[in-house]
Design a protein around this ligand. Sequence first.
Ligand SMILES: Cc1cc2nc3c(=O)[nH]c(=O)nc-3n(C[C@H](O)[C@H](O)[C@H](O)COP(=O)(O)OP(=O)(O)OC[C@H]3O[C@@H](n4cnc5c(N)ncnc54)[C@H](O)[C@@H]3O)c2cc1C
Length: 265
Amino acid sequence: MEGGDMDVGNAKFGGQEAMVIFDRVFIPTQHIFMDGEFDFASLLVERFTTYHRRSYVCKSGVGDVLIGAAAAIAEYNGITKASHIKDKLVEMTHLNETVYGTGIAASYQGYPTSSGAYICDEMLANVCKHHVTRFPFEISRLAQDLAGGLVATLPSEKDYNHPEIGVLLEKYLKGKADVPTADRMRILRLIENMTLGRNAVGYLTESLHGAGSPQAQRILIARGMQLTYKKRLARVLAGIETEENKEEVVEELSGYFARVFKEEV
Ligand SMILES: Cc1cc2nc3c(=O)[nH]c(=O)nc-3n(C[C@H](O)[C@H](O)[C@H](O)COP(=O)(O)OP(=O)(O)OC[C@H]3O[C@@H](n4cnc5c(N)ncnc54)[C@H](O)[C@@H]3O)c2cc1C
């Protein structure tokens, strides 16, 4: 509101959310996906959310930016040599790549449905999204840890450009000698923007609730966790179940595991 581009943190990009009300809508027949076939309602939701939840791999790209910002502010603060700084950057990367890994794996293990359309692995898509409900919060916490309290208390660009106050800010907000104070302020504003400001809407709250709140994924994970099959693996290795007393185990399996293990089960 004071002008300039520094305080907004990311002057080039920001999301936009809208509330859309459908009132007296005309839907052409060819666009009607279901017309009374409510037996398939659950399957439709499960397949839609499988695609949607797998797409949350995009948050790892946002995570890359935040990890870069955290590494930059550590450098600008002049504290790169401390071992805990590197360890926190490693932790952030581990969390971020875990999101990336499950998203990519869900597609890699995709399989064709009888229509020929491909669907990604339901379990891994849900696990990817469930990671996303948690890890961006921890990555953001670590970014704020490395940034320091200035991430929330930084004076404005207008203050910085003020003839009297600006000189004091230039002196007291100086971090590493060869880094301009304004650069340090810009990175702090970017971290603020992504973890507290406009882009936290997409990186945090939308990560939590978009494509369903966490419990929605846990329901799908519970449905696909194949406990009967896994208990049987344990029983066989423990010597409880043998070829002679083998139980018939038939369980509804999902995705890749359905194709690979159904015959074995
Ligand atoms: C920034 C943002 C962007 C979004 N973008 C999209 C988008 O592009 N596309 C899209 O499809 N959706 C989008 N969403 C919507 C998202 O899918 C919903 O927010 C999500 O489904 C959760 O619904 P809700 O917000 O109404 O929360 P609620 O359903 O009210 O959930 C709040 C809490 O109540 C619990 N709860 C709800 N119902 C029950 C119940 N019956 N029993 C027990 N517990 C329950 C939930 O687990 C959760 O803890 C977006 C959301 C946000 C915040």
